[in-house]
Design a protein around this ligand. Sequence first.
Ligand code: ADP
Ligand code: ASP
Ligand code: MG
Length: 407
Amino acid sequence: MSLIVQKFGGSSVANADRVRNVARIITETYRKGHSVVVVLSAQGDTTDDLIEKAKEINPRASKREMDMLLATGEQISISLCAMAIEAMGYQVVSLTGWQAGMLTDSGYGGARIKRVRTERVQAELDKNKIVLVAGFQGINKYDDVTTLGRGGSDTSAVALAASLHADLCQIYTDVDGVYTADPRKVTGAYKLDEITYDEMLELASLGAQVLHNRSVEMAKRYNVNLEVLSSLTGNPGTKVKEVVKNMEKSHVSGVAKDKDVARLALIGLADEPGIAFKIFSMLAKHKINVDIILQSIGRTASKDISFTVAQSDMEAAKTLMEENRDILGFDSIEVDDQVAKVSVVGAGMVNNSGVAAKMFEALFSAGININMISTSEIKISVLVAERDADRAVQAIHDRFFSEFSGN
Ligand code: ADP
Ligand code: ASP
Ligand code: MG
């Protein structure tokens, strides 16, 4: 007998039929003799709808109250699903994040799980019950409800799987697994049978929302046996693991797009030591994460520095730079949030010098201009105009994968 953690996303529980479908998958697993712990997300667009409701009342609501509100979505799912399972004649209990011992730090809106106190879940499993846990939520040291950030139910599931030493953590969603690119947007994208934690972490961090990036980070750290699959089709999914058997047929495993990017450019900085240090230490002090950085070669004793931040940090970064204009000594500042980051990811690219050239050629052929470039051993990212981003993804995907997709 194994212990299996199953997580179902919002579209998998979107209405009564879908909730019954999920109840069927859960009870089938239970009937095979496994212990089952289930993490559920809020139904369909519930979380977005709740955010809209809050905006109607107070667009500047505190993060604490937002968490109090958003956490309700997942509670609806677990209780409804428990009712469906009860109706099928099984023993079941639903638990909020608090009841399930999901202890987090106090970062409302993006809390991190510090520890899972598994006693209650374990006690319910010992009574042979199916245990349903509300995803995306926990409790902090002030006994306040916290949420883990959008898409965070994946992380709830992996945290439970790691703490309970589960044999398997299955992330059920609305596509058959992890694809070479978003299958809803890119023609020819195909499902990967396996992917490494490192590649999945890059893909998730670079915009492939199929898994919350922190869930992959945690799965890697605790060696959780992770699988992504569809709650709707019953097809085999994608296994996420340390090492994969065949490093796929290509040097790259996927293409991702992230629209949540803004670019700032400081024009006419003095070409002298210490400028970059001043800019980026100021941003770090204000907890603004910087991603891609580009510095022009100093000519005529001045230089420009551009960098990207998350869109939500754009205004704060701009204000900070403007407030320190005298210290930094730039002529002007430009900001642009109509940009997107497009990336190729693949462990196989380390030893293959042609990957960057192939990517740039694909963009050139599609007539797409590159604003910034950043590379690491496992990925290459380019910043392009947002209006070009979907075409860029398709062009790059075609260039790398058309020979494998059968199209
Ligand atoms: P859930 O509600 O189940 O958590 P999400 O919407 O968070 O589902 O994630 C699933 C979606 O991720 C898919 O519907 C798909 O459009 C999108 N997606 C983006 N990139 C990829 C990828 N590389 N592979 C699979 N799905 C992807
Ligand atoms: N319901 C939350 C969201 O929409 C968490 C999740 O779905 O994982 O972000
Ligand atoms: Mg999700």
